[in-house]
Design a protein around this ligand. Sequence first.
Ligand code: EPU
Length: 441
Amino acid sequence: MTDLLYVDGGNPLRGEITVRGAKNFVSKAMVAALLGDGPSELRNVPVIRDVQVVTELLELHGVRVGFDAEAGTIRLDPRDVQTPMVAGVGTLAGASRIPILFCGPLLHRLGEAFIPDLGGCQIGDRPINYHLDILRQFGASVDKHPGGILLSAPRRLTGTKLSLPYPSVGATEQLLLTAVCAEGITELSNAAIEPEILDLINVLQKMGAIISVDTDRVIRIEGVERLSGYTHTALPDRIEAASWASAALATGGDVYVSGARQADMTTFLNTFRKVGGEFAIDDAGIRFYHPGGDLHSIQLETDVHPGFMTDWQQPLVVALTQARGLSIVHETVYENRFGFVDALLGMGATIQLYRECLGGHPCRFGQRNFYHSAVISGPTPLSAADIEVPDLRGGFSHLIAALTAKGQSSVRGISLIDRGYERFTEKLEALGAQFSRETSG
Ligand code: EPU
């Protein structure tokens, strides 16, 4: 499928948009519903492709799913969970990374699980070794199968004590979704503590789980025999909110992001202010705007929470092309998250990539062949170009670049953006962007 957006850029984005629940929480909370012995209800759910993929996979396992897209309410009834045909599950191969989180809940409910090959953005190697090590430590057996992995647990999984080599978000979620119903106590050190994970813990606690989170990245879980359904309102999408904030800054605009929440965005807000952006916070959202004058160059390093999120990096880099001086950005979470820069160079940006860890602490990717540091020299006017979307966040960044550049750009492969940005073309319209969308089969 070709899908193209023709963007007439060079105009500030101005107006108001709303963000709903976080993509990287909602999909996991939907998986958690599998663990309940009754129905669950999740609110503030956005209409994005990832929700659809998880819905399809849950339905293949016998979960009844009802989604009121307008209200953003999803009902999940797992009382008739069943083992699906492997072929059916295989049709979802490559669609998302979420299926790997079905392992623990399915092992508890059915004693077995078939997980299709994963998809997701190509921003690094993205291995699943931590996930599989965790599952084996709980007592599951894991076998490679054509098109996916096959897991089984002949008896109830047993709690364990382990430490992650790196505070992986997905591996921490894997552990939580497995430990809550395992026999005995589980202790995880070096856990990820992103707000989306803490909200997943809120959900699991509502279901009957016993989980404590210490200040030193240690999570302890006392396994219970049964969990019930839950009712929960998802925390807002702080990645989407920051993406629109960066779009406001890059285009010299003024965007009120209804639903954005300060507590989840403290580190982003500090950086936004250092670059020269201004914001005003109220109970319902955050207004992000360019106050006029020069933006400032900065030094930035991405990190796990409470650091600067890797997913905030790409949109902000586009704004940094408009800042005066040399900015240094060190990406420490993914080894290959600067692929989107090529298109920016073609539009007139001055960005140099380095293999070294620049301007921060040495990371896992230093002394290896990964171009994971960037030096951005600005301000450089961007010119319109024909661009191909590489991945979700990189794609949104290209969109920001096209909105910033004078003249008409074409952005190809735009449906990738639908995976994580709800109704983004409607939001662009609300902000006064000039564009047209062409879709052909
Ligand atoms: N890692 C391993 N082995 C594993 C798991 C992870 O080496 O078994 C490494 C990864 O290769 C990476 C690092 O650990 O270098 C961190 O990966 P993590 O597991 O934290 O990432 P994830 O769970 O796969 C989620 C989000 C990403 C977000 C990261 C970091 C979802 C569905 N995805 O990925 O979001 O960037 O956490 O916050 O929750 C996005 O939304 O566009 C996106 C990529």
